[in-house]
Design a protein around this ligand. Structure first.
Ligand SMILES: NC(=O)c1ccc[n+]([C@@H]2O[C@H](COP(=O)([O-])OP(=O)(O)OC[C@H]3O[C@@H](n4cnc5c(N)ncnc54)[C@H](OP(=O)(O)O)[C@@H]3O)[C@@H](O)[C@H]2O)c1
Length: 316
């Protein structure tokens, strides 16, 4: 499989922009089309072609995907619900797209801690993965996805650190430019990655990356001391699970919905920081990381933090 024409959905967003930045470094190797809604304010950098689409229309999507070798879905996390995502995928199959890059860009969605989050709140990434797996097996369209963890650069605190739990739990965080680089290499060499997720863990050694080491590194590089508050993540976890059980039992009035929103935030936090029961930690030990396969060099935490500070400024 060779990919030359690449359509990026949501090209002006965090992920879309990071991927395009890397693809443009390959000069004329790729022909890139940025696809947005008609209401978009996106201004494509040359030589990117811009095209708008109606995400609710199969024919509009199919037209937009015609002659595209790959579709990279980077639309916002809130728009990853099952039916609209499936419509995009079905249109890509009908248009003859060779590789579909799934809109995941989070940690491992097969982990129990992620799977239990209700779709109504976090979208349909798990079911969409299953759907793509089926299409891949049937030979209708190859797919891939990129999974790391939270985007490291989006979570630098502002001289006040909030530590969730002990602060010593290993974290799997990924700098956003590294996601872009990996995506570019996956599109360059698609035969190495079809029909499987690609797992990144680029900050080494992973077991030393924790909230505490991140904080110490920031303090060292900024030559300052942060104030610190501690969050009882066990309590957040317990309360969120109680609300989740009530929600599953059904019949939620409006008040239940508001509670559930809070619980989802809590479970999102716990997905990273909870240190109690298994919650995917056992699965963590079996992680096979694909850094090398997609040309990502591991970096030390200090270098990753220095890069992020240079890129976003010391008050980001
Ligand atoms: N791991 C992490 O820490 C992390 C952090 C952030 C995001 N993510 C994941 O990365 C992926 C991309 O997120 P992002 O932050 O890059 O997105 P984003 O910047 O929030 O949005 C990207 C684009 O989505 C388009 N969009 C917004 N609402 C839409 C809708 N209803 N239908 C279709 N398009 C819509 C907009 O483009 P136009 O208006 O130009 O059409 C927007 O520029 C998501 O899967 C998200 O869950 C992961």
């Amino acid at each position: 499989m060779e990919l030359k024409t690449i359509a990026i959905l949501g090209p002006g967003g965090n992920v879309g922009n990071a991927i395009i930045t890397e693809l443009l470094k390959d000069g004329p190797r790729f022909t890139i089309t940025g696809i947005t809604r008609s209401t978009s304010t996106y201004k494509p950098p040359p030589p990117i072609t811009h095209r708008t689409v109606d995400y609710t229309s199969f024919s509009s999507l199919q037209d937009a995907f015609r002659n595209q070798d790959a579709v990279v879905n980077c639309i916002t996390g809130g728009a990853t619900h099952y039916e609209p995502s499936k419509l995009i995928i079905d249109a890509a199959v009908a248009a003859g797209v060779k590789l579909f890059f799934a809109n995941e860009f989070v940690g491992e969605i097969t982990h129990e801690a992620f799977r239990r989050l209700p779709e109504a709140f976090v979208g349909g990434k798990c079911r969409i993965r299953e759907y793509l797996e089926g299409l891949g097996k049937e030979g209708k369209m190859a797919w891939t996805s990129l999974n790391g963890g939270p985007f490291f650069d989006m979570y630098i605190p502002n001289r006040h650190a909030r530590i969730y739990g002990s602060g010593n739990q290993p974290l799997h965080w990924t700098p956003l430019p590294t996601m872009g680089l990996a995506a570019r290499n996956m599109l360059r060499n698609p035969n190495a990655i079809p029909n499987r997720p690609i797992l990144l863990d680029p900050i080494s050694p992973p077991s030393t990356v924790t909230q505490s080491t991140l904080l110490r590194t920031l303090e060292k590089l900024l030559d300052t001391t942060f104030t610190v508050s501690h969050v009882d993540v066990d309590k957040i976890h317990r309360n969120a699970l109680i609300v989740l059980e009530k929600w599953k039992a059904g019949g939620e009035p409006e008040e239940g919905k508001a509670q559930m929103g809070k619980a989802m935030k809590g479970l999102g936090v716990c997905n990273q920081f909870y240190e109690g029961d298994d919650d995917g930690r056992a699965e963590d030990l079996e992680r096979t990381v694909d850094n090398e396969l997609v040309g990502v060099k591991t970096m030390h935490l200090e270098d990753a933090v220095r890069d992020a500070l240079e890129r976003y400024g010391i008050d980001c």
